[in-house]
Design a binder for this molecule. Sequence first.
Ligand code: GLU
Length: 623
Amino acid sequence: MSRPSTRTTTRSRWVVGALVVGLPLALLPATAGAQPTVAPAPQRDHGRHGNPTPLPKAPLMVGSGGAVTSVDRDASQVGIDVLARGGNAADAAVATAAALGVTEPYSAGIGGGGFLVYYDARTRKVSTIDGRETAPMSFTDKAFIDPATGQPYAFATAVNSGLSVGVPGTPALWAKALRDHGTLSFNEALKPAERLAAKGFVVDQTFHDQTAQNATRFSRFPATAKVFLPNGQAPAVGSTFTNPDMAKAYRTLRTGGTDVLYRGRLGEAIVRESNAPHTVPGQEVMGGKLTLRDLAGYRALTKAPIHSQYEGLDVYGMPVPSSGGIAVAEILNLMKAYEHRTGTKTSALSDVDYLHRFSEASATAFADRNRYVGDVPGVPVDELTSRGFAAQRACLFDPAKAYSPRPIPPGIPDGSHTSCATAPASAQPSEGQSTTHLTVADRWGNVASYTLTIEQTGGSGITVPGYGFLLNNELTDFNFAPTQGNAPDPNLPGPGKRPRSSMSPTILLRDGRPYLAVGSPGGATIITSVSQTILGYLDRDLALVDAIAAPRLSSRNGAAEDAEPAFLASPAAAGLRALGHVLKDAGEIGAVTAIRSLDGNRFEAAAETVRRGGGSAMVVHPR
Ligand code: GLU
């Protein structure tokens, strides 16, 4: 399961920072590399009642017994406790996700949706569950066109409205994941989250900042302000935030089962509020079109994963309606195709040449996903993820300069693999920047890679009164108007349709066994963050935690490429500009979590060192 490594990377870059914040030495790697050397840690004390000692917040932990990584300490701890008590990866993934609904209520929760990729150790198969939010049956391709003007609604107008609320998929996904793969009941799996909502959690800087950034729109909705703006403002860092209404929602859901939401009183409350959101006077917003029938018709769907190969590994990702699996596969295939075209391995390149290739591959994959991928029949999946198509698309690649002018035109996936012909270029649609990702591995070898969201940070801004959770604005992931010129746009709204996503929960196998699981939030940047982490780890000789921490570039075929401030300050940025890349500051990009399987039932759990205040990587028995 572990990769043979000849890495000679020096000390992991984040270690110094971690020491400053006082992480226990036992949990720090002495050196970076495929198998970080860690000082021995004491065995965890499972106590007389089987209650494990809480683990510290750390971006890297190595050990056995199972692993959980998420952006949040409390949520990771919930997952670790489930594993420590004998639960498996599906149980822990659901419990962790439910806890994230409490501590990351602006990114995830029962009012949203998501995608799970799961490796089942018994069958040795990877499968996926599509828990994407779904449009009402009354939706048409003009759903986001203002009838008064004939023009698309302003994005913010649509976001902060009932019109953007899709049928939530998260509770159905949890129930299905537990039914298909888990050992816990739905009722049991949601108990820790209910406790967390009732007992509260300590407000950190990220939660405070996200609340403050949303304070204006939250204050429009009395039910939202009541829960998330106590005393009219964002809760102070260090204070304890409780959400008794959300505790009630979890109790209602876990004791009544998903029918309470899809056919019962929780669903009625969702429909009522999204169709006629309560607002303060003078701040009216559009209502939505959800019906009880739409809710009753919702299903979380089992789907075959996207499968491709890279560096001898099997790469599994999420299929349509996510474009994540397809785009990650195409990026990796293009990196291979560039190697063949130039005769130079990615691992042998300078940083600038590597990032140039990564940028061109990402932009090319976005051109193709924008043209061909959506919740429509006939997406040419096999072709888009094939080596042959990547070889064909690599004809546009010039090692000496960026393709210009952007956008790179889409290819023609007709299976010929010969011509360099392209379809006319088109505009790049916009997407949000929120969401959360968690990764779990258990001692039996099961692995869960799970990304969940309510779309924007804070979703639609609409809280279901009395239940303390925010409704998603996922339907704004549809393109409001056609983006593909004369070609059909696969991502227009439609009845019962699921908006295209970029979520890319990914599992890599080596010889049929778990090797690496990874994912990230960040809207369309998810695809590039996941790809950059995989490439950084596999090809650029970075330890996993350093591949995650590496300054990010997100080239998505716009005129300018998004980059983090640290990226812009690096020598690589100047080198890329010299090749014709136009870079712009996009602030922080993504929040990756990952788990690597080591030999002997050991795991390396890794998360962000700095982004979103640092992630939380845990193992059951650190050592
Ligand atoms: N709605 C986005 C998607 O499905 C995720 C939201 C985000 O990460 O900002 O791709």
